[in-house]
Design a protein around this ligand. Structure first.
Ligand SMILES: C[S@@+](CC[C@H](N)C(=O)[O-])C[C@H]1O[C@@H](n2cnc3c(N)ncnc32)[C@H](O)[C@@H]1O
Length: 236
C-alpha cells in the first residue's frame, strides 16, 4: 500500500486539504450548507475521482437547482459525485438518475487498464453494491435511482423524461466518440434553462474537450455557468 493510503496518513492529508478548501468555500458561498458537504466528503476520504473544488462545484450546482429537481448523471462509479449531487438537492421528490454499467466499461483505451487494475483490487466486477452502500451510509438512498445500463440504452429507456431534467452531469465514456454520443443522446433531456456539466474538460482525455468545443461552436449552450478545475457547466 502506498504511504499516502496508510489510514493515519490518509486521514491527516484529508483533514488538511478539506479544512483549507472549506475555509474558502464558506467565504465564497456562505448560503450553502458546508457541514453537509463535509459529511459526504468524510464518506469518500479515499476518493480519487475528483478534487474538492470539483466536488464542491457539483454540490453547488445541485443546491442551485429547483426544489424537487431531477438530475441525471452519466458515469457514477462508486457514487462519490452522485452523493455530492444528491446531498445538494432539496425537496422530497428530488432525484439523481445514476446511469452506469457499473463495470468501468469504456471505449477509451487508457481507461481500460486503469479500471481492470481497480476491479482486481476491489475483488468484484461491479461497483453497484459499493454505490448503494455509500448512499445508504449517508442516508441518501431515496435520492438515488441507479440505472444499470449503457448510456445509449438508458437514453432510450428514460425517453419520457426528455425536456424535463434540471441538471445533467456527464462523466462516462471519455473517448471523443463516447462523449459526443452522450452529448447527442442527453442534450434533449435538459429543460430550457437547465444545466449540462462535464468532468475532464481540458484534461488528458482530449476527446472530451474536443466534443465539448464542437457543441459550444454549434451554439447548443446559452451560457457558461462556471468552471472548477476540470468541471465545466453550461446553461441551455
Ligand atoms: C470516471 S468514472 C465516473 C466517476 C464518478 N462520476 C465520480 O466522479 O465519482 C466513469 C464511469 O463511467 C462508466 N461508463 C463508461 N462508459 C459508459 C457507458 N457507455 N455507459 C454507461 N456507463 C459508462 C464506467 O463504468 C465508470 O463507472
Amino acid at each position: 500500500m502506498a504511504f499516502k493510503h496508510w489510514p493515519g496518513v490518509r486521514d491527516a492529508r484529508f483533514a488538511l486539504k478539506i479544512s483549507r478548501y472549506l475555509r474558502g468555500a464558506r467565504k465564497r458561498r456562505p448560503d450553502l450548507d458546508w457541514d453537509e458537504f463535509l459529511r459526504v466528503a468524510r464518506q469518500f476520504k479515499s476518493d480519487d475521482m475528483g478534487s474538492f473544488p470539483e466536488r464542491g462545484f457539483l454540490y453547488q450546482l445541485a443546491a442551485e437547482a429547483p426544489v424537487d429537481a431531477q438530475v441525471v448523471e452519466i458515469g457514477s462509479w462508486m457514487g462519490a459525485s452522485t452523493c455530492f449531487l444528491a446531498a445538494g438537492l432539496k425537496g422530497p421528490a428530488a432525484k439523481v438518475y445514476a446511469v452506469d454499467n457499473f463495470q468501468g466499461l469504456s471505449m477509451c483505451g487508457e481507461d481500460v487498464t486503469w479500471y481492470q487494475r481497480h476491479f482486481r483490487k476491489l475483488g468484484t466486477n461491479s461497483t453497484l453494491e459499493i454505490f448503494q452502500t455509500n448512499f445508504a451510509a449517508l442516508g441518501l438512498t431515496p435520492r438515488a435511482e441507479p440505472v444499470v445500463s449503457d448510456s445509449a440504452a438508458a437514453a432510450q429507456a428514460l425517453a419520457a423524461k426528455r425536456g424535463t431534467i434540471d441538471l445533467i452531469f456527464i462523466d462516462g465514456d471519455h473517448s471523443y466518440e463516447g462523449c459526443k454520443a452522450d452529448i447527442t443522446a442527453w442534450l434533449p433531456f435538459v429543460r430550457p434553462g437547465g444545466v449540462m456539466a462535464f468532468h475532464d474538460f481540458g484534461s488528458r482525455a482530449s476527446g472530451v474537450t474536443q466534443a465539448i468545443f464542437e457543441t459550444i461552436k454549434a451554439g447548443r449552450f446559452a451560457e457558461i455557468v462556471g468552471v472548477a478545475n476540470t468541471i465545466i457547466a453550461f446553461r441551455l
